[in-house]
Design a protein around this ligand. Structure first.
Ligand SMILES: [Zn+2]
Length: 499
């Protein structure tokens, strides 16, 4: 998975760590990114995407672009990033190796770090022994005590080594923006951690400290899984003599039942929601609605409102429970808002035009159904009834784009008065008084039914619905007539009667 680790601001940063297999943005990462974006906006800071790609075995081609594209899609683009650049770049850790190497030399010189020549075999044996004794595996810090002569000898032999950070006992507590006072005496539970690997690449512990310092990061908001490592990171800051940023650890985002939001479910990656026609605004809304940081939970908040209401002191340590079953409703609400907004509606019109062209293409009634006015009318009429734009290109709405094939015979099974009904409706549509609102048409249709000898109102509606759409269910007949327009209504009735 791709864990978006940190970010922050006044000069904020968002780190992204690449792991093998999948490295695309998932909902948990999106949430971390969003909190950082909001925090940066709130405090006039910068939102930085930094790519943590120093684990070469886990780097996935295209992952960086994927993450940046998804942040753009979500409407929370970084101010500085590998793609955009910026004043404190490069923003890819694999391009900053010299910096980490120099930093590790500083720590080697001042005694805060040392070279470890232990072979992978020895470390493997240590691990097996610990597991056999039911203990947590940890490095035994053996190379801490190598004499300088021995080190020189090993280096002269060209032995591989890693650089380890010397953990000190007695860490100072730090004040987490969310968890409050916190400390983890790492030296008593862990062996000295590797900060520079044999291949010259840094581990996260070193790279994040060095980058946060050089990039001027003032605040780090990252997932709660890093809370216990923070004491270790603070020891590294102290070894360099640097002031650390402020940290805030975000509680977990879990499924509604409290289970882990897992990539195994496959549907938590943003690509899935893009393909599913989900509005980014709905996604941002749902992942902040289940958590904290805002004055209350309320559906339909826009990003601007989220920024306005956000207060980091309102984030609690409770896990946020996400109910994805509610996503369609969130999407419906945001769709209503966007259709109601002149500027956003034009974007939806263009999007729907593209989808119609893609799905129906050369089967279209005529090119006029692709015109802006027609598509916009459809959107306005269906507002509140759809929870995805793509609902409107589904088979139940195909009548909006292609003529149904309905036979006279089918219509006659509903009422024998097909010709009379057809004639009256055509007359109504061609007449100068035809009111082109669903409300007005409803009244007109009631009036027409009174002229029938033996057809009930419900049968007349059933017949017209079939003639106009080929369907037995759907929007009201009056609404169908408004969306299709008088000319198309007449065409369809004439066509059905002559079939
Ligand atoms: Zn060693």
């Amino acid at each position: 998975s791709c864990g978006l680790l940190l970010a922050g601001c006044l000069h904020g940063a968002l780190g992204c760590r690449l792991r093998r297999g999948m490295c695309f943005l998932h909902l948990g990462g999106l949430r971390t990114a969003l909190y950082n974006y909001i925090f940066a906006r709130k405090h006039q800071g910068s939102f930085i995407l930094r790519l943590e790609d120093t684990d070469q075995s886990r780097v996935v081609a295209g992952a960086a672009e994927g993450i940046e594209d998804m942040l753009d899609w979500a409407g929370i683009p970084p101010d500085e990033s590998p793609h955009k650049g910026g004043p404190v770049g490069p923003y890819q850790q694999s391009h900053r190796l010299e910096l980490y190497k120099r930093a590790s030399e500083v720590l080697l010189e001042n005694g805060a770090a040392y070279r470890c020549f232990c072979t992978p075999q020895r470390l493997e044996l240590l691990k097996k022994d610990a597991l056999r004794n039911r203990q947590t595996p940890r490095y035994d810090n053996r190379c801490r005590h190598l004499s300088s002569e021995r080190v020189a000898e090993k280096l002269a032999q060209g032995s591989d080594y890693v650089v380890r950070f010397r953990l000190k006992e007695g860490v100072e507590p730090f004040h987490d923006l969310i968890y409050g006072w916190s400390k983890h005496d790492v030296a008593t539970v862990e062996g000295d951690p590797v900060i520079l690997k044999a291949d010259g690449f840094p581990t996260y512990h070193l790279a994040n400290v060095v980058d946060d310092h050089h990039m001027g990061i003032s605040h780090v908001l990252r997932g709660t899984e890093w809370l216990t490592s923070t004491s270790k990171h603070l020891l590294i800051y102290r070894a360099f003599g640097w002031d650390p940023p402020r940290f805030g650890h975000l509680p977990l985002l879990l499924n509604k039942d409290g289970s882990k939001l897992s990539k195994r479910q496959g549907d938590i990656f943003l690509e899935h929601f893009v393909q599913d026609g989900c509005l980014p605004q709905a996604l941002l809304d749902i992942i902040t609605n289940c958590g904290s940081g805002f004055s209350g939970n309320q559906m339909g908040r826009t990003l601007e409102e989220l920024i306005l209401e956000f207060d980091v002191s309102r984030i609690t340590t409770h896990s946020a429970l996400l109910d994805l079953n509610k996503l369609p409703e969130f999407n419906r609400i945001h769709l209503v808002q966007q259709i109601g907004d002149e500027r956003l509606r034009q974007k939806l019109v263009m999007e729907l035009q593209m989808q119609v062209e893609k799905v129906y293409g050369d089967r279209l009634v005529d090119r006029e159904v692709l015109e802006k006015n027609y598509v916009e009318r459809v959107l306005l009429l269906r507002k509140g009834h759809i929870n995805r734009l793509k609902n409107l290109v589904a088979p139940e709405y195909s009548y909006l784009w292609v003529r149904p094939s309905v036979s006279r015979e089918q219509l006659q099974t509903i009422s024998a008065e097909v010709d009379e009904i057809g004639k009256l409706v055509i007359g109504l549509m061609e007449g100068p008084t035809a009111a082109l609102t669903a409300e007005g048409l409803n009244e007109d249709l009631r009036g027409l039914q009174e002229q029938m000898r033996g057809t009930e109102y419900s049968s007349m509606m059933k017949l017209l619905r079939l003639a106009l759409s080929g369907q037995q269910h759907g929007p009201s007949v009056a609404e169908m007539m408004v969306s299709l327009g008088p000319r198309e209504v007449c065409e369809r009735i004439k066509k059905a009667l002559s079939n």
